[in-house]
Design a protein around this ligand. Structure first.
Ligand SMILES: [Zn+2]
Ligand SMILES: [Zn+2]
Length: 161
């Protein structure tokens, strides 16, 4: 199973498998991607459509144009796919992979809408890990309801669904 890549949404209602290594990783800065992920840009890996298999739950879709739809988890809202309907390729959101660091982006699209400040992220002075940020706020790390970055038999644990 070494060639298999897994992932899913934040709440764990949707889990998927990709039966091959993604062949390209990209960022899209276009205004539609910004809106769809609620962030400064979207990041995706491209996989053959036939290699992508949901293994838990169902992916809801929003038809964002005449030629494309965007898949997400209906329970938690995590963006999961960008699906150009007539393509044999499917774009899967990088952040939903269990191992996103394995696929650094090599291409940027939609640069006409790219925020100028994105180019300067590394120069932002204040850069803190989560634990230090919480400590500065006088808080400890709280139990998260996020699904872990690996497959589970069921989730949440102890839930008899
Ligand atoms: Zn979810
Ligand atoms: Zn885009």
């Amino acid at each position: 199973m070494a060639d298999e890549v897994t992932g899913g949404c934040q709440c764990g209602a949707v889990r998927y498998r990709i039966r091959s290594q993604p062949r390209s990783s990209m960022i899209c800065h276009c205004r539609m991607c910004q809106k769809a992920v609620g962030g400064p840009f979207a990041a995706f890996v491209a996989v053959p459509r036939t290699d992508f298999e949901p293994v838990r739950g169902a992916i809801a879709v929003f038809k964002s144009s005449k030629v494309a739809q965007r898949g997400f988890c209906r329970a938690c809202g995590t963006p999961l796919t960008f699906d150009r309907i007539d393509s044999e390729w499917l774009a899967v959101s990088l952040g939903s992979l269990d191992s996103p660091d394995a696929f650094p982006p090599r291409k940027q699209f939609g640069v006409e809408a790219r925020h100028d400040w994105v180019l300067d992220l590394a120069r932002i002075a204040e850069q803190l890990p989560t634990e230090q940020r919480l400590a500065d706020l006088g808080r400890s790390v709280q139990a998260s309801f996020q699904h872990p970055d690996h497959d589970t038999d069921h989730w949440p644990e102890g839930d008899a669904r």
